[in-house]
Design a protein around this ligand. Structure first.
Ligand SMILES: Nc1nc2c(ncn2[C@@H]2O[C@H](COP(=O)(O)OP(=O)(O)OP(=O)(O)O)[C@@H](O)[C@H]2O)c(=O)[nH]1
Length: 208
């Protein structure tokens, strides 16, 4: 792998509690499993995909990603349920220090590859590029990171007892991309996430 190669990292190790008794990663969204929509959405702008999840999720996720047109690798933490920051750290530790990775969640099926391409382009020479949604909130689970700095930021947050990704990225000297800039490249619906069956239904209707 060279530093010019771009990785996608999808964290999917959550318990989907608000979703009910199913894993939202593989929930059917208008005929396509949600994580497959995320993976397909970013395929045009990545060279390889890493999926971070619990060991018992691997089989179902591997099967919905069958035939994906980029190499796929699974990274599972030894201790599950330690939060997305631990998942990001685990995934990023497996790639080169200088490489850039788009990190996202399994529940962001409207991800816009034109927005992601812009984040990668803005990232060159910086340790992180974090966009803001229309409501002004940072979207660190839809952002580009250089591995070494983000791994260090995750380790520092975890050592400090912080599980929140916003806490982890606070120490990074990140480029912040406002929604007005993103809109000139793609759609800020890219940030919409699906936490409940009702949200799944609402997003499904957009694909019909
Ligand atoms: N590896 C890992 N990923 C996680 C963990 N918790 C959440 N995630 C992932 O982080 C992303 C955002 O988390 P949430 O939207 O809160 O997902 P969730 O925790 O499965 O859902 P709820 O239980 O309803 O909060 C999702 O892609 C989750 O799969 C965790 O403990 N470990």
């Amino acid at each position: 792998m060279t530093q010019d190669e771009r990785t996608g990292l999808i964290v999917a190790g959550g318990r989907s509690r608000r979703f009910g008794d199913r894993d939202k990663a593989v929930a059917n969204l208008a005929g396509v499993p949600m994580i497959r929509r995320v993976a397909d959405g970013i395929a045009p702008v990545i060279d390889r995909l890493i999926v971070n999840c619990r060991t018992e999720q691997v089989s179902a996720i591997r099967s919905v990603l069958a035939g994906y047109d980029r190499p796929v690798r699974f990274v599972c933490e030894r201790t599950p349920d330690t939060g997305p920051v631990a998942g990001i750290k685990a995934g990023l530790r497996t790639i080169e220090d200088d490489a850039y990775t788009f990190v996202t969640a399994c529940d962001m099926p409207l991800v816009d590859s034109d927005v992601v391409a812009h984040l990668f382009n803005r990232g060159q020479g910086h340790c992180a590029v974090i966009p803001k949604a229309e409501d002004g909130r940072l979207q660190p689970l839809h952002a580009v990171y250089r591995s070494s700095e983000m791994v260090a930021a995750c380790e520092a947050a975890l050592a400090d007892g912080q599980r929140s990704i916003r806490a982890a990225v606070a120490a990074l000297n990140a480029v912040i991309v406002p929604p007005a800039e993103l809109r000139t490249h793609g759609s800020t619906t890219t940030f919409e996430n699906v936490n409940t069956p009702t949200a799944l239904q609402a997003v499904s209707e957009r694909f019909e």
